[in-house]
Design a protein around this ligand. Structure first.
Ligand SMILES: [Zn+2]
Length: 215
């Protein structure tokens, strides 16, 4: 039985409605074992600026060490790959999970994808994933290339229960050779921890639960 996890959650540090502490308490109320907070960085939405990233990391790190709720807290960040101009601030911290969003969103996806691969190559021990990715602009001809790179570089594919990206037909090409993470993309306490649809996807595809990353 998989631990009850939620690896994609927003707080008031970006566009969420609750504080990290409120989200952690809600996670405890919902009997989650693990919570990873992944506020926005570098995007058009309300997001952490390069000046706020240090305060974000430090305050989550204190909560992580405190661990009074019994819920294991992890420190993540969601980066808009299309908007980011410098990786300098991002690269200063030891993230538990870095999620890149919009990687295949635009016709120019190949540049974005290369940036993700380069980041993972620089930080091979960091969990690097694609948030609610849809492979929407990847042509059939390029799909094998993309999937091979995801496998080689151990890039995590997120199953996001808000966007239900796993219903996309490209997800029929995925199997147990890939790594997955699961998140609700909750922006408030209410949606936190609703991960069953993603677990059902894995079950239907006969992908074992040990392919879900452990932070
Ligand atoms: Zn998000």
């Amino acid at each position: 039985m998989v631990k009850k996890i939620d690896y994609h959650v927003h707080t008031r540090f970006s566009d969420g409605y609750n504080s990290p502490h409120e989200m952690l308490l809600a996670a405890k109320d919902k009997n989650l074992h693990e919570l990873c907070i992944t506020d926005h960085y570098s995007t058009m939405k309300p997001a952490l600026s390069e000046f706020e990233i240090e305060g974000y990391f430090t305050s989550l790190d204190e909560m992580k060490k405190d661990n009074s709720t019994g819920v294991d807290l992890f420190i993540g960040i969601e980066v808009d790959i299309y908007s980011i101009t410098s990786f300098e601030e991002l690269e200063k911290y030891n993230w538990d999970l870095v999620l890149f969003e919009y990687v295949f969103h635009l016709p120019s996806w190949q540049d974005n994808f290369r940036k993700v691969l380069r980041f993972k190559k620089t930080f091979p021990n960091t969990n690097v994933g694609l948030a609610h990715t849809r492979f929407s602009r990847v042509s059939e001809a390029k799909l094998d290339y993309v999937l091979a790179k995801l496998k080689d570089y151990q890039i995590i594919i997120e199953l996001n229960t808000s966007y239900q990206n796993y219903l996309d037909s490209w997800f029929n090409y995925l199997n147990e050779d890939f790594l997955f993470s699961i998140g609700t993309d909750a922006h408030s306490r209410e949606r936190l921890g609703d991960i069953d649809p993603a677990l059902n996807y894995l079950k239907n595809r006969r992908i074992p639960e040990n392919k879900i990353i452990k932070l």
